[in-house]
Design a protein around this ligand. Structure first.
Ligand SMILES: [Zn+2]
Length: 194
């Protein structure tokens, strides 16, 4: 299990957190963004970060980790390995969360939801509804980066590796826009050698 400073050192080494003036989907702006693939593309790091996250959930003995297709799934698979559970892939089809073909959540199974970045709890609520609809019980939420600003409204444990204090705001309320700071160009496909 990694200490907080060891986690931060890995994220810094992989340049996961970027400072600047960024436009995000949904006409939102932020002064800090997270590039999770920069670290999750490296299995050794993904594995040790997930093991650190998993230590918060081991006592709950989850039977399943569910994650959406994408970076969250890379973390989720490693988290499932760490807590010795199954891994289930979720996908969004026409705005609705469903289980990937061939995947199932058993009746009464304790399920941890895993995501890369938690910006608000919209996706978590959708995934929780999917788990409940499949007969499972959500026992926790694990994320790489928590950037929610509001109080966590759910009874489940929320565990994150890093918390961002910098808010995501609608473009119309962005302080950097008001100061005339140009938007940063983000090459999300840039591959870093770590
Ligand atoms: Zn802005």
């Amino acid at each position: 299990m990694l200490t907080k400073s060891q986690v931060r050192a890995i994220l810094d080494k992989c340049e996961v957190l970027q400072e600047g003036h960024y436009a995000l989907p949904g006409n939102l702006h932020a002064a800090q963004i997270v590039l999770p693939m920069r670290v999750l593309q490296q299995p050794e790091y993904a594995s040790s970060l997930a093991a650190t996250l998993g230590s918060a959930f081991r006592a709950q003995r989850p039977q399943c980790v569910i994650a959406p297709a994408g970076p969250g799934a890379l973390l989720g698979l490693e988290l499932a390995r760490a807590v010795r559970s199954r891994f289930v892939l979720a996908q969004q089809v026409d705005g609705r969360w469903t289980l990937a073909p061939g995947q199932a959540v058993g009746r009464g199974e304790r399920v941890v939801i895993c995501e890369d970045i938690l910006t608000d709890e919209t996706d978590v609520s959708g995934l929780a509804a999917l788990v409940a609809g499949s007969g499972g019980q959500v026992s926790g939420v694990a994320v790489l980066a928590d950037r929610t600003q509001a109080a966590w409204p759910h009874p489940w444990t929320l565990e994150s590796l890093v918390r961002l204090e910098s808010p995501v705001v609608p473009a119309g309320r962005c302080a950097q826009c008001q100061d005339g700071v140009p938007l940063a160009h983000l090459d999300a496909l840039a591959v870093l050698q770590a």
